[in-house]
Design a protein around this ligand. Structure first.
Ligand code: CMP
Length: 221
C-alpha cells in the first residue's frame, strides 16, 4: 500500500526499507482525532489501511470536510513545507493504520532522494487542481450535481466492483457526507433519495451501491 504513496515513488528496495524503518506506525479507531486544526505540526502521515477525514470548523461550529483519504495517501505535509499550524483536523472514520514521518526525518530523506521531492510536488499540484474544482463546484454546480460528483470521487478511492455495479463502502454518516458536499443534510439526503428512486444508486448503511455510473457522471457535469 505504501508504495502507492508519492513518498515511496521510484524508490528501490533498500531505500524503501530505510524509509519504512524511519517511520513510526500508529493505529486509530473510528472517531479518534490525530491532530486538530491550529495545532503545531511536526510530522506527516501516510495511511496504510482505513480512512481519514480532514475537516475544518467555522466560528459558529459548522463543519466542512476537505477530503476523505484512504490507503497510500499522504497528509499533514502542509505545516512542514509551509511552517505554521495545522490547516485542518484529521479524524479516523474507520479503523485506520498509519505511519508518521517527522519534519527532520523528511528533510534528511529528501536530501538523500531529491527525486521524491518532484513526486511530492506532483501530489500537491493534483490536490490544488482538485481543490480548485471543488471551489468552482461550490459556486457553479447545484447540490445534486455535487452529490453525484462526491459519490464518483469516493468510488475512485474506495469502490469495489460487484455484480450489480460498484460498491462504495465510504464509512461516512449522512451528516459527514453532507459536510463533504458542503450542503445541509436535508438537501443531500433529498438528492440521494432522488438518485435511488431513479435507480442510479442503492443506499446502504455507511455505503452506497452505484448502479448507473453514466447517469451519475452526466449529473455531475
Ligand atoms: P496540515 O496543514 O499539516 O494538516 C492538515 C492537512 O490536511 C494538511 O496538512 C494537508 O495534508 C491536508 N489538506 C489540507 N487541505 C486539503 C485539501 N483541500 N485537500 C486534501 N487535503 C488537504
Amino acid at each position: 500500500m505504501l508504495r502507492r504513496s508519492p513518498l515511496f515513488a521510484g524508490l528501490n528496495e533498500q531505500a524503501t526499507q530505510d524509509l519504512l524503518t524511519a517511520m513510526t506506525p500508529l493505529r486509530m479507531e473510528r472517531g479518534d482525532e490525530l491532530f486538530h486544526e491550529g495545532d503545531p505540526g511536526d510530522r506527516l502521515y501516510v495511511i496504510t489501511e482505513g480512512k481519514v477525514k480532514l475537516g475544518r470548523t467555522s466560528s459558529d461550529g459548522r463543519e466542512n470536510l476537505l477530503a476523505i483519504l484512504g490507503p497510500g495517501e499522504m497528509f499533514g505535509e502542509l505545516s512542514l513545507f509551509d511552517p505554521g499550524p495545522r490547516t485542518a483536523t484529521a479524524t479516523a472514520v474507520a479503523e485506520t493504520q498509519l505511519v508518521g514521518l517527522t519534519n527532520d526525518q523528511l528533510h534528511a530523506y529528501l536530501s538523500r532522494h531529491p527525486n521524491v521531492a518532484l513526486t511530492l510536488l506532483a501530489a500537491l499540484a493534483r490536490r490544488l487542481r482538485r481543490t480548485n474544482e471543488n471551489v468552482a463546484d461550490l459556486v457553479f454546480t447545484d447540490v445534486p450535481g455535487r452529490v453525484a460528483k462526491a459519490l464518483l470521487e469516493l468510488s475512485g478511492r474506495f469502490g469495489r466492483p460487484v455484480e450489480e455495479g460498484i460498491l462504495v463502502a465510504h464509512d461516512l454518516t449522512q451528516e459527514e457526507l453532507a459536510q463533504l458536499v458542503g450542503a445541509s443534510r436535508e438537501t443531500v439526503n433529498k438528492a440521494l433519495a432522488d438518485f435511488a428512486t431513479r435507480g442510479w444508486i442503492k443506499l446502504e448503511a455507511r455505503a452506497v451501491l452505484l448502479l448507473d455510473l453514466d447517469r451519475l457522471r452526466r449529473r455531475a457535469r
